[in-house]
Design a protein around this ligand. Structure first.
Ligand code: BEZ
Length: 212
């Protein structure tokens, strides 16, 4: 089964560095980021897991839980934790799923055999409180991800869920937004966007971020 944007995130029960995780129960009413890494004790993965620990408060602020996974087992993850903490100068503060049976990797299609038969690629899934997948992306093993980009997308998702806007290229929280093309009634526009808007084209209308 392919996990698409809009799919319900597949549920699972799996062991982690913080005990047994029943995935949907663990998400609860929060948002979640599930991200895979190829292998424990590898350099890029060490920097990635350390980075997520360092910026975890940014995920917390947005009501987002984070969880990592690879096909290594929990004892291996636990042995690796001190390396992450020492080299990345941080304290690990979120669970890593053991997945030596590849249950999660298979459910989320995290093994791409043309890249590697056995290791997970660098997949990311952002999941909302309704357990719906809202973002997926996949990076190759040799390229570490930009976790600020994941935070940026979460900001966009949480904003566009509440206001009738979309966010343009390279938008960051606080930047100008675009009014949804479906909003055409001038009275509704004036009501929803009291700070005003610029019409560059009938379909391209810029407005200050509504919740700022
Ligand atoms: C790494 O995390 O450094 C890595 C893992 C697998 C292949 C290449 C790099």
């Amino acid at each position: 089964m392919t996990v698409h944007i809009g799919s319900i995130a597949p549920d699972f029960t799996q062991e982690s560095t913080e005990g047994t995780i029943k995935f949907h129960d663990w998400i609860g009413n929060s948002w979640a980021v599930l991200f895979s890494h190829p292998k424990d004790f590898t350099p890029v993965c060490t920097t990635e897991l350390g980075m997520v620990a360092k910026i975890k408060s940014e995920f917390d602020k947005r009501g987002v839980k984070v969880i990592a996974v690879s096909v290594d087992d929990v004892p291996s993850h636990k042995r690796w934790l001190s390396d992450i903490e020492e080299t990345q100068k941080t304290k690990m503060n979120y669970p890593i799923l053991g997945d030596s049976d590849r249950k999660v990797a298979k459910l989320y299609d995290m093994i791409h055999p043309e890249a590697n038969d056995t290791l997970t690629v660098r997949s990311v899934f952002v999941i909302d409180p309704n357990k719906k997948v809202r973002l997926t992306f996949t990076y190759p093993a040799a390229t570490g991800r930009n976790f600020d980009e994941i935070l940026r997308v979460i900001d966009s998702l949480q904003l566009t869920d509440k206001h009738s806007v979309a966010t343009p290229a390279n938008w960051k929280d606080g930047g100008e937004c675009v009014i949804l093309p479906s909003i055409t009634d001038p009275k509704v526009i004036a009501e929803k966007f009291p700070k005003g808007h610029k019409e560059l084209r009938p379909y391209l209308r810029m407005t200050p971020q509504p919740n700022k």
